[in-house]
Design a protein around this ligand. Structure first.
Ligand code: G
Ligand code: G
Ligand code: MN
Ligand code: NA
Length: 254
């Protein structure tokens, strides 16, 4: 498949880079960490967003290679934070299919084996449930094994997937991320607001941290804080930026 070969080349040439979007802790008002979002620095000069290439490599070996690169980039960023005494966390996005691939799991294992537990717990794996689990049992046990390694888990896009509630039960993820579709319309749509309130209550009763994505307005932030949401992320604060810019932004925030 042509795009697969192109992306393999892009990987070989280091054209796929994580950009970093800050996550704000509403209890402290500070930046708690960043979500790494992949971008393709195309040789044409264009910056290509993941929606334009990731869907075409789903369930292929290139997707696994991208996942391995994302792990390596996130870990070197955490190393850079450690060297500079920055307390930030890093989240990355993975799909369930990554957890069915031995090569990916070996890469994660080998990479983490070089670091202590304090380091590992600064890495969060956001699990997207947009794709169905072909082998739910195996993926489930592999995801649990990853958690045993000391990394944190987050359920991404919570509320939109077909399996949100059963995932909540299956995995003791540290974090639940409310899908931005509920957050964007929340102030004008009482039904969206009820869903957000219900997800926050669900997170509390399961003792999970809850973060809202797609926070674009101060009024939304205010409402989320009043509803007991732990954290927020969105264009109100910053889009995803190259690492140096993201750190610069964070240094001047609050
Ligand atoms: O900001 P944005 O256009 O980057 O992201 C679009 C979508 O792509 C989001 O749903 C996000 O979860 C996904 N995404 C971003 N980076 C990665 C990545 O490194 N791996 C995977 N699997 N998905 C990603
Ligand atoms: O959840 P995913 O991992 O799907 O989320 C990342 C996506 O959300 C990226 O495409 C990112 O650019 C986008 N995003 C981040 N903040 C906002 C926001 O405040 N509003 C909107 N509309 N999209 C956002
Ligand atoms: Mn995400
Ligand atoms: Na998300």
């Amino acid at each position: 498949f042509a795009i697969g070969a192109q992306i393999q080349r892009a990987l070989d040439d280091d054209q796929l880079a994580l950009y970093y979007q800050p996550k704000i802790d509403y209890k402290t008002g500070r930046v708690s960490g960043f979500e790494g979002l992949i971008r393709w620095h195309h040789p044409s000069g264009e910056l290509i967003y993941p929606g334009r290439f990731l869907p075409y490599i789903e369930h292929t070996n290139i997707d696994i290679e991208v996942g391995k690169s994302v792990i390596s980039q996130a870990v070197s960023t955490l190393e850079a934070f450690q060297k500079r005494d920055l307390p930030y966390t890093v989240s990355i996005n993975l799909s369930p299919s990554h957890f069915l691939n031995d090569e990916f799991l070996d890469h994660l294992n080998n990479t983490l084996s070089r670091y202590d537990m304090a380091f590992r717990k600064r890495l969060t794996l956001e699990i997207l449930e947009s794709t169905a689990l072909d082998d739910a049992g195996l993926a489930t046990s592999n995801i649990k094994a990853c958690q045993q390694l000391g990394v944190q888990l987050s359920l991404d896009d919570f509320g939109t997937g077909y399996a949100s509630l059963s995932y909540l039960r299956k995995f003791s993820t540290n974090e639940i991320k409310i899908d931005r579709s509920f957050i964007l319309g929340m102030l004008n749509d009482p039904e969206d607001q009820m869903i957000v309130q219900a997800i926050i209550a669900l997170a509390k009763s399961f003792d999970r941290r809850v973060i809202a994505e797609g926070v674009e307005h101060h009024a939304t932030e205010k409402k989320l804080v009043a509803m007991g949401c732990d954290m927020g992320q969105g264009f109100l604060y910053s889009p995803a930026l190259p690492l140096a810019d993201a750190l610069d932004w964070a240094a001047h925030y609050a």
